[in-house]
Design a protein around this ligand. Structure first.
Ligand code: UD1
Ligand code: CA
Length: 450
């Protein structure tokens, strides 16, 4: 069965009180819309269509970055969820199969749940994802008869009896593409909101002699984000789940409540994570690695047995091989540390290769940026870089070379060589004492005259 995703992301999100379109607000290190796309990706969709409207330029740019194959269609006026799905019609030209409607602001739908919807489609023409709401509030209510879904009534249009129904509409729907488009084309906006309701589709389907059913999931999965408070609550829910999962899979979190994960963080068994560690997107930490307190990592790979921190920052492209050490106040960006390399104190290593068992002294900086271009620094194996060395890239340092501390290295250093690139020291006997005496005398004289 071919599947096309239609992700609704045109709404303003008024209650976010934000200039940023709602679906671009971040959750677990990715915009909300990325979570919807990821959930849908589990169905291996043939087409991905995102309906944009408010902040369309920004949303479309974000979608293009997340999934270059996704097609965005614009809904210039937000006339309702049914109208929004109908905008996908031309993008569905030539597609035969099922449409799965997802909301860009509903990030927690699990692949297993989508799979259950797909299975239920074998028994019904249209499938709606529902949940038992603790507080049904503004949700659409599912009016059922046994296994059959008769219709969905929006809270605004519901009778007091219908408002007592706790089985609610998540918004997710699955049906044959052509059938759904035909049903939606026949909708009218004569309801309390004056909108074209996607939720009118089940009733319309039954009128046309088709069947509709409900798949029920946990309320937590259908959580939609409408306010900043809900976004914060969703983040907390995500983190709580990610921490529990990490502990269960054999990761030590020394203070779980202060470990922050991204949606794609991967941590191996027996890794140890200290307090106050933040994982941005794209991090893998292998087994037996240790990330000490107060580290920030994103786009980084930390191999087995490596030790990072406390207070280290690994930025995108940081590749730490086995048994490397990265210590306090060290930043690594787009750089590989080969096995056993050490950068223990106060350094910046960017656009660089650091060879095996090389030691980078405190305060070393790869000067990788000339204001316009970035340049590489390549350091061989078993090199000793003296403290406070400035490596002005592009520059290479051969195996087993050394740099004298305080050097500004602008030329390549051959293997085995010691490079000294700083002024020679000269001592002036007694000058310090004479100089201080002079200053003190001057100060006393000024006091006398004021
Ligand atoms: C909708 C459902 C309701 C369900 C609830 C679940 C309808 C009529 N109601 O209500 O039954 O319980 O979701 O959260 O479908 N959107 C567009 N274009 C539009 C209107 C909406 O793209 O013209 C998008 C929004 O950006 C949002 C989603 O569709 O991502 C849902 O719209 P929203 O206005 O939040 O619907 P609800 O009133 O919450
Ligand atoms: Ca909503």
């Amino acid at each position: 069965m071919s599947v096309a995703l239609v992700v609704l992301a045109a709404g303003q999100g008024t209650r976010m009180n934000s200039d940023l379109p709602k679906v671009l607000h971040g959750l677990a290190g990715a915009p909300l819309v990325a979570h919807a796309l990821r959930a849908g990706a589990s169905l291996s969709p043939e087409r991905v269509i995102v309906v944009t409207g408010h902040g369309a330029d920004a949303v479309e740019a974000a979608v293009a970055a997340l999934d270059p194959d996704a097609v965005c269609v614009r809904q210039t006026e937000q006339l309702g969820t049914g109208h929004a799905v109908l905008q996908a019609r031309s993008a569905l030209d030539g597609f035969a199969g099922d449409v799965v409607v997802l909301y860009g602001d509903t990030p927690f739908v699990r692949p297993e749940t989508l799979e259950r919807m797909a299975q239920t489609r074998a028994a019904a023409d249209l499938v709606v994802l529902g949940f038992e709401a603790v507080d049904p509030g503004r949700y659409g209510r599912l009016v059922t008869d046994g296994a059959d879904l008769l219709r969905i009534v929006e809270a605004k249009d519901a009778s007091p009896d219908e408002l007592n129904i706790r089985l609610c509409n998540s918004g997710l729907m699955m049906a044959d593409a052509a059938t759904l488009m035909d049903l939606l084309a026949g909708l009218s906006p004569d309801n309390a909101a004056g909108e074209y309701y996607l939720t009118d589709a089940p009733h319309a389907a039954r009128e046309a002699g088709r069947t509709a059913r409900v798949v029920i999931c946990d309320e937590a999965e259908t959580l939609g984000i409408n306010t900043r408070a809900e976004l914060a609550a969703a983040e907390a829910a995500f983190q709580a789940r990610a921490r529990a999962e990490a502990l269960e899979t054999g990761v030590t979190l020394q203070d779980p409540a202060t470990t922050y994960f991204a949606y794609d963080t991967v941590i191996g068994r027996d890794a140890v994570i200290g307090p106050q560690v933040v994982f941005g997107p794209g991090v893998t930490v292998e087994s037996d690695a240790e990330i000490r307190a107060f580290c920030h990592l994103e786009g980084a790979h930390v191999s087995r047995g490596a030790k990072v921190g406390p207070y280290a920052r690994l930025r995108p492209g940081a590749e730490l091989s086995e048994f490397t050490h990265v210590g306090n106040f060290v930043e690594i960006k787009n750089a590989t540390l080969a096995e056993g390399a050490k950068v223990n104190h106060l350094s910046y290593i960017g656009d660089a290769l650091v060879g095996a068992a090389t030691n980078i002294g405190a305060g070393t900086i790869t000067c990788n940026y000339d204001g316009v271009f970035k340049h590489r620094t390549e350091i061989g194996a078993r090199v000793f870089v003296g403290s406070n060395t400035m490596l002005v890239a592009p520059v290479n340092i051969g195996d087993e070379a050394m740099t004298a501390s305080g050097s500004v290295i602008t030329e390549n250093v051959p293997e085995g060589a010691l490079a000294v690139a700083r002024a020679r020291q000269s001592n002036k006997p007694g000058l310090a004492r004479r100089f201080m005496d002079k200053l003190r005398t001057l100060k006393a004289a000024r006091k006398g005259t004021s």
